[in-house]
Design a binder for this molecule. Structure first.
Ligand SMILES: [Zn+2]
Length: 413
C-alpha cells in the first residue's frame, strides 16, 4: 500500500462495521482468513500482526489496512484491560508506515515506542473530563501537515468524558477530518458515549480477555512466572500494561507499599494510618520525577522563543499532565488493594482457591485470618469509594487516609 493512498474513502465509510451495532465479526468481503497468522502485507514484527487477545479485532483491522480502506474515525469499545490502547497504537503504526505496517522501518519503530510525532494521544486532563482547551489544541494540530508520515493519527482515550462543549467542538472534524487524518476513540461502552460521537465512528467492540489468557500473554512477553503475570494483569489491566508494570521497579514498589500498609492496618494506631497514607502517596509520586525533569527540559529549550502566554499555556498543560499521571498511579495502587481484598474474600469462601496475589500468600492469609466475609466486602467498598473520591478530585492524601481508616474498621473484629 502506497503512503500517498487516501486513507479515508467512501468505501471505508460504508464498510460493514459502520455504526454502533456493527461488529468486526461480520463476514469478510475480501475473503481474508480470520486465522491467527499475519497476512502477507503486514510485517512479522508489526504490532497489528502480533496483537494478542483480540483475534477478531486483529483480522478486521488487518483487512482494512491491507485493502487500503482504513476509515477516518474508529471507536474502540471494551472493558478496561481488553487492550484497546494497544490495538490503537497497532493500527496507528500500520497507518503511518509507508509500507502499511512492516514493523521494522523507522516510522514503525517510533510508533511502537509511542513516540511518533504524527501519532497523538489524548486523555482527559481534568478529573471530570476533557477541557475545551484540550479539544481546541487537538483541532489546531489537525489543521497542520504531518511531521514525518503521510497521515496523522489521533488517539482519544476515555471518549465517554467528551461532554457538552468539548464534544461539540470535535464533532464536525470527526465527521469530516482533513485527508490523511484518522481518529481512534476509546471507550468502555457505547452506552456511555454521546450518540453524536458514536454515529460518526466505525464501532469496533473488544471482548473481555479472561485473566488466564491475559496472564499467558504477559508470560510470553516477559518470561516471568505465572503468579506474577496474573497479579500484574489484575493490577495494571491489559497484557501490555501488565508487562510494563512488571518492568517498572517504582510502580512495583508502590504496590508493595500499599500491601504493607494494608497488612499492618489491624495493629495500626491513628498516627500509623496517617503515616501510611503519606508513604503511599510518596511512592505513587516517585515515577513522576522523570516526567517532571523532561517537562522542565522542554520548557528550558523553548523559553527563549515562546511568548509569555505560550509558556504559561505549556506550564499549565504540564501541571495537568502531572496530576493526571498521579491520578492513574493512585488508581493502580487502589487496583492492587482491590485485588488483594478479592483474594481475601475468595479465600474466605473457598480456602483452596488460588489467589491472584500468589506472590504474597502470607499477606492474603494474614488478612483472611482477621477479616469476615462482610468485613472483606466492606473493605472492597472502601477501596471503591476511594476511587470515586479521586475521580471527583478529592485531595489524594485525604482520600487515602479515609480509605485506610475505613478498612481498619473492617479488620478489628
Ligand atoms: Zn514500517
Amino acid at each position: 500500500m502506497g503512503a500517498d493512498q487516501p486513507r479515508s474513502t467512501p468505501a471505508a465509510q460504508a464498510s460493514p462495521a459502520s455504526g454502533a451495532a456493527a461488529s468486526p465479526s461480520a463476514p469478510a468481503s475480501a475473503g481474508a482468513p480470520a486465522s491467527a497468522s499475519a497476512p502477507a502485507a503486514l510485517g512479522e514484527r508489526s504490532l497489528l500482526a502480533n496483537l494478542s487477545g483480540q483475534p477478531r479485532v486483529r483480522s478486521f483491522l488487518t483487512r482494512a489496512v491491507t485493502s487500503g480502506r482504513t476509515g477516518h474515525a474508529y471507536l474502540f469499545v471494551g472493558s478496561p484491560g481488553s487492550g484497546k490502547l494497544d490495538a490503537a497504537y497497532a493500527l496507528a503504526q500500520a497507518i503511518v508506515c509507508p509500507n502499511g505496517g512492516c514493523g521494522t522501518c523507522d516510522e514503525c519503530r517510533r510508533a511502537a515506542h509511542r513516540a511518533h510525532p504524527d501519532v497523538h494521544y489524548y486523555a482527559p486532563e481534568s478529573a471530570t473530563g476533557y477541557l475545551v482547551a484540550q479539544v481546541r489544541d487537538l483541532l489546531a494540530d489537525v489543521a497542520l501537515a504531518p511531521v514525518r508520515a503521510a497521515s496523522k493519527v489521533y488517539i482519544v482515550d476515555r471518549c465517554d468524558l467528551l461532554r457538552a462543549a468539548s464534544a461539540n467542538a470535535l464533532l464536525k472534524t470527526l465527521e469530516e477530518p482533513p485527508a490523511g487524518v484518522v481518529f481512534i476513540l476509546l471507550g468502555t461502552s457505547a452506552d456511555t458515549i454521546l450518540p453524536t460521537i458514536v454515529s460518526r465512528c466505525q464501532c469496533v467492540p473488544f471482548r473481555v480477555v479472561p485473566l488466564e489468557e491475559a496472564a499467558h500473554a504477559v508470560h510470553a512477553a516477559t518470561g516471568l512466572d505465572d503468579a506474577r503475570c496474573r497479579m500484574a494483569v489484575a493490577v495494571a489491566g491489559s497484557p501490555a500494561r501488565a508487562a510494563e508494570f512488571l518492568k517498572s521497579s517504582e510502580r512495583m514498589e508502590a504496590r508493595r507499599v500499599m500491601l504493607r500498609a494494608l497488612d499492618g492496618l489491624a495493629y495500626a494506631d491513628e498516627a500509623d494510618v496517617l503515616g501510611a497514607a503519606k508513604e503511599l502517596l510518596a511512592a505513587v509520586k516517585a515515577p513522576l520525577a522523570e516526567v517532571k525533569s523532561t517537562q522542565q527540559a522542554v520548557l528550558d529549550q523553548n523559553a527563549d522563543y515562546l511568548s509569555r502566554g505560550a509558556l504559561k499555556q505549556l506550564e499549565d498543560r504540564n501541571k495537568r499532565e502531572l496530576s493526571a499521571r498521579e491520578r492513574s498511579g493512585i488508581m493502580e495502587v487502589l487496583a492492587s488493594a482491590r485485588s488483594l481484598f478479592r483474594d481475601v474474600l475468595l479465600g474466605l469462601e473457598d480456602p483452596h482457591a488460588a489467589p491472584v496475589n500468589g506472590d504474597v500468600p502470607e499477606v492474603v492469609d494474614r488478612l483472611r485470618a482477621r477479616a469476615s466475609v462482610s468485613g472483606a466486602v466492606a473493605a472492597l467498598a472502601a477501596v471503591e469509594a476511594c476511587e470515586k473520591r479521586i475521580q471527583r478530585n478529592v485531595t489524594p492524601q485525604l482520600a487515602l487516609e479515609v480509605m485506610l481508616f475505613e478498612i481498619r474498621k473492617t479488620l478489628c473484629r
